[in-house]
Design a protein. Sequence first.
Length: 198
Amino acid sequence: MGLEIKYIEGQTPLSEEEMEGLMISSITTRGELNEFEQYNIEKAIEWTLGLKITPKQLLSEKFIKDLHKKMYKDVWKWAGVFRDSEKNIGVKSYKIVVELKNLLDDAVYWFQNNTFSNEEFAIRFKHRLVSIHCFPNGNGRHSRLFADLIMQKLYDRSYFTWGKENLNKANETRKNYIKALQEADNNYFKPLIDFAKS
């Protein structure tokens, strides 16, 4: 039968080729896919807990890819690999490497010069990262975990709470999250920072 996905607002549809990268053939519903992905993500979070990493290592293309791979490697063959398809959001696929390098260079500067508060730095980074949309899927969860790691590894602060709900469900919390992302698109980051802390 294969997997049939009904997408909700803000989710990125996968191409047929990307769908073929599903490693667990018994998955047939969005709910099952979410469960397997969540289990894989929890293992990735466990991996990050004991991780000793320098700011330079964290703010690198290698770590961006490694984290995505850890989050999805048991579910998708393309985990940790930049997309080569075009999506409804994100930069053109051929621009990913350049845009990501610009973001990482900016982030190193922000960190070294205390350009923003630690919360705003983490959220600005998350927003730019998800706007680039490096991977075929999982960019939202990846960018949120990355913001959490900025807080934890660079500033020794707690993870954000992200509305305390599953953001993969079409509910009021997700609507608020999407709205806050849209505000950030217009360079107004307070709603997204407030949401991350809610």
